[in-house]
Design a protein around this ligand. Structure first.
Ligand code: IMP
Length: 194
């Protein structure tokens, strides 16, 4: 069994990624409960930020690390919040505050508010980085629905669905999400190399 650290304290992400990678091939350990200072994500792209997280955690523990950086890009907002999705309304913003800011920013734009979720997943074993990319298209609605998922999920309706991401079950979200596309691809590449 291969121990891999998933460089995240985000419970929503940890649940999704553990399910995607499965327990048979990987023993995933997250940063929850570990005394790790917040990592400064000052890259200008999702990939740079994912690599910063992976490198920082590898340097601390010297075991293989996976990390991701993800966010939502809204067409009418020229791709914002993008890499700032987690801290759109300030450094320690809650999901609720970020969603409120997003709806406020979109107030004067007509429907549909086209958007996409993007994720870059990275593996680092001290040797070299492997990266994989995923995205899912959809739109932002004003009346949030659903209690599952996290972040912007109650306001994001994927293309081809009549439900928000927060109304989908974990299994349903993991069939289509940006994160599942990126991590399934990463898993394929890692397994090929073993
Ligand atoms: P990260 O931890 O720096 O990658 O921050 C990603 C941020 O993007 C999250 O805190 C959410 O605000 C948003 N985000 C990324 N993926 C999702 C998702 O699957 N659902 C909802 N929000 C997401």
């Amino acid at each position: 069994m291969n121990h891999i650290i998933f460089a995240s304290k985000n419970k929503g992400k940890i649940i999704e990624v553990s399910e995607i990678l499965g327990e048979k091939e990987f023993k995933i350990v997250s940063l929850l409960g570990l005394d790790i200072p917040d990592i400064i994500e000052d890259g200008s792209t999702f990939e740079e930020n994912a690599k910063i997280k992976a490198q920082t955690i590898y340097d601390n523990f010297r075991v293989p690390v996976i990390a991701d950086d993800s966010g939502i890009l809204v067409e009418q907002l020229d791709g914002r919040p993008g890499v700032y999705s987690a801290r759109y309304s300030g450094e320690s913003a809650t999901d609720k505050e970020n969603n409120e800011k997003l709806l406020f920013e979109l107030e004067n734009f007509p429907n549909p508010h086209k958007a996409k979720y993007v994720c870059v997943a990275v593996f680092y074993d001290g040797n070299k980085f492997i990266s994989a990319f995923g995205e899912v298209q959809g739109e932002i609605i004003r009346d949030g629905k659903g209690t599952r998922g996290f972040g912007y999920d109650p306001f994001f309706v994927p293309v081809g669905y009549q439900k928000t991401m927060a109304e989908l079950t974990l299994e349903e979200k993991n069939k289509i999400s940006h994160r599942s596309i990126a991590f399934n691809e990463l898993k394929k590449i890692i397994n090929k190399k073993r």
